[in-house]
Write a protein of this length. Structure first.
Length: 268
């Protein structure tokens, strides 16, 4: 295990052997599902949709793994296009398979998929890829426009015509983060985000990847690619909060906030 890897990694649960094993596995999966079709499914359209689902899962997990492993954020900014491309390909295939033009790529009703959707929006702000937000809205608006406060509020910082909503899909852990957007003082917003960070990991207990780091630490296997409350960092950035009290929290991607603020300063 190299000292450079340990100094660059962004979470202590990730060691170099596991990182290399997981990265290789994800690369193999992406290559395989780019050239092959899922064997299961009632018809060709369903098989194509399953294929794209498997591929986009590996693409996004690889993206998170690279951040956790210490990848340069400038490189991740360029790589984010490929993540959104994969979600659009899956959405197109899924809508054809379901014969439903409103079918989303991720279900807000499932907390893990909802979290991924909020992360995607958060990455758009923190990586300064706001140009991609209309495409994200195109993926989710047909099913979820005007139905979730956090979704609408985050998009409203860039997109006009968003709708004020006072309900959301998951009270746990998201209530404090929603409240942080409506406080009268910055300190109240910071306190809300701190509460959210404390609630985030327990609130993800129903996801397939929860506690994946335990397997990774035990035998070099597992689903772990990093745990990141990207949407919390996006809110701190958008509200221009003093986040010094948040920066040591293991779920808070402070490097993304630093990039967002530095990039914003250079291009204001």
């Amino acid at each position: 295990m190299s000292g450079d890897f340990n100094s660059n990694r962004r979470q202590c649960y990730l060691d170099e052997d596991y990182f290399n094993w997981r990265l290789n596995l994800l690369d193999e999966g992406i290559a395989y599902w780019s050239d092959n079709t899922a064997p299961t499914g009632s018809d060709n359209a369903e098989r194509e949709a399953l294929t794209e689902r498997y591929r986009v899962s590996d693409v996004y997990r690889r993206f998170l793994l690279m951040y956790t492993g210490g990848a340069d954020v400038n490189l991740m900014r360029a790589a984010f296009d490929s993540v959104l491309d994969a979600y659009e390909r899956y959405t197109t295939a899924q809508r054809l398979s379901q014969r439903d033009a409103s079918e989303p790529p991720l279900l807000f009703e499932e907390v893990g998929e909802y979290e991924t959707a909020m992360q995607l929006i958060g990455f758009c702000y923190l990586l300064h890829r706001r140009d991609l937000l209309p495409r994200i809205a195109g993926l989710f608006d047909p099913s979820y426009r005007s139905k979730d406060a956090l979704y609408e509020d985050l998009l409203a910082y860039e997109l006009e015509g968003r709708i004020d909503v006072d309900s959301w899909y998951h009270d746990v852990p998201y209530r404090p983060l929603v409240f942080s957007l409506y406080r009268e003082t910055a300190n109240e917003s910071v306190d809300d985000i701190q509460e959210y960070l404390e609630a985030w990991y327990p609130g993800m207990s129903a996801t397939s990847w929860h506690d994946g780091h335990l397997e990774a630490r035990k035998n070099g296997k597992g689903t772990y690619v990093g745990y990141w409350a990207v949407e919390a960092a996006a809110v701190a950035f958008l509200l221009q909060l003093d986040d010094h009290s948040l920066r040591n929290h293991w779920l808070y991607p402070k490097d993304l906030v630093d990039f967002a603020r530095g990039y914003d300063g250079l291009n204001r």
